[in-house]
Design a protein around this ligand. Structure first.
Ligand SMILES: Nc1ncnc2c1ncn2[C@@H]1O[C@H](COP(=O)(O)OP(=O)(O)OP(=O)(O)O)[C@@H](O)[C@H]1O
Ligand SMILES: Nc1ncnc2c1ncn2[C@@H]1O[C@H](COP(=O)(O)OP(=O)(O)OP(=O)(O)O)[C@@H](O)[C@H]1O
Ligand SMILES: [Mg+2]
Ligand SMILES: [Mg+2]
Lengths: 221, 221
């Protein structure tokens, strides 16, 4: 479903060059659950953004579902949960979750029902009319997850989505994510700092080296 | 050093009331290292903000070093690392770390040397001239820690400061924090979702109940 060939990304910053990604080759099969591990600053978020066409590679080719990353993004083929929740302050929680459905033209009643279902999944029923800033850090992250899952995407890109949660909420959502994955056959690329979480969730773990980010190891689970 | 009596905080939001904190009594001795644990949304960040006078309690009294929380804040008696890094986008990393020193009138050369020392501590040497948005999530969190430590405050308030880090960086910074704590005798109030981290670092662990946030348990370590 995803293929990266010779992907390199260099940023121009702070008066010098930052080599975020260096000659990455990576294949992710349809329906796989791949976790990405590696030290802070090694390029995990950048790699996810390259797959999601939020960042253009300096060199190399990215294909998602047989087309370019850009085409996949424009066709809205994936849901993404960012490392910082990225919610819209001026919308309520419900309207934040409904946004991808709205963009896809889903009718109002159906949108509302789906948003309600997602809120229940992430255990935030009752917070529909709140604004993002009125929620705790972990609650905002859960809304981001709800939004990413809302339109049942075939591909899910998730950047440390459970890091801000206590152990009980985290384990609950790990099990829910696994259940959704099994029942929908979606492909998931999941960044985490927890080795145990990666092993629990994934079909394969990809380990990245410190900057410049390369793939150090690929471990089938 | 810190005393809370009957502290209650209620927010008006989303068409209803949110009881974030309910009748909290808490004493933190000078030089203690207290960790705060509890489920997402239970009131930990709110409690930290009440201590730091960033939020006024609905009821109750807060004293920090024998004066009101407000007086302590105005006298700049503490350093704070927030759950979302809260860096200033328009300043470089170095100038972000220098800010509290600047506010305290520390001379330029001394400020610069101290900022450099802090950057080295959090292992971000070489990123002085970058902008916050050019850093990864974990790197931004480390800058927030560097900034909180910069002026060697007597009281440190830290809200999940290590959550965005891989295990190696996290353990390294845990040891560094412990070392600084022992050598400076500073008082630390530390929110974390990791039970093992709380036990490793603290003299005492305070466990909060789910909303409305109360103190469920206090465990000397
Ligand atoms: N400005 C606000 N307006 C309305 N409600 C708020 C506000 N700030 C916090 N709350 C509510 O108070 C409760 C406690 O929030 P708080 O941020 O303290 O939780 P927390 O324990 O830090 O959670 P987490 O572990 O997810 O960071 C939550 O239900 C939240 O929605
Ligand atoms: N827009 C940008 N401009 C300049 N440099 C950038 C930019 N985005 C990322 N970088 C740099 O690229 C490197 C990789 O960043 P990335 O965010 O991918 O790391 P990460 O593996 O996600 O780290 P973390 O675990 O801390 O989230 C870092 O050194 C970062 O400073
Ligand atoms: Mg990242
Ligand atoms: Mg919090």
């Amino acid at each position: 479903a995803i293929s990266l060939r010779n992907v390199t990304k260099t940023f121009d910053a702070g008066g010098g060059l930052v080599h975020a990604l260096d000659d990455i080759d990576l294949d992710i099969a349809p329906g796989a659950f791949v976790s990405l591990l590696g030290p802070s600053g090694c390029g995990k978020s950048t790699l996810l953004r390259v797959i999601g066409d939020l960042v253009k590679p300096t060199e190399g080719v990215v294909e998602v579902n047989g087309r370019s990353a850009e085409a996949a993004r424009k066709a809205r083929e994936y849901g993404m949960a960012f490392q910082a929740p990225g919610l819209m302050d001026w919308r309520t929680i419900r309207r934040n979750i409904e946004l991808p459905l709205q963009v896809q033209g889903v009718p109002r009643n159906e949108r509302r029902a789906r948003a309600e279902e997602m809120l229940e999944l992430v255990r935030l029923t009752g917070f529909e009319n709140h604004r993002p800033r009125q929620l705790s850090g972990g609650m905002q992250q859960r809304v981001a997850i709800a939004r990413a899952l809302a339109f049942q995407p075939k591909l899910l890109l998730m950047d440390e989505p459970l890091g801000a949660l206590d152990e009980m909420n985290r384990e609950y959502l790990q099990r829910e994510l696994l259940r959704i994955w099994r029942s929908t056959g979606t492909t998931i690329v999941f960044v985490t700092h927890s080795v145990s979480e990666a092993v629990f969730l994934s079909t394969e773990v990809v380990v990245m080296s410190p900057r410049p980010g390369r793939i150090a190891d690929r471990i089938p689970i």
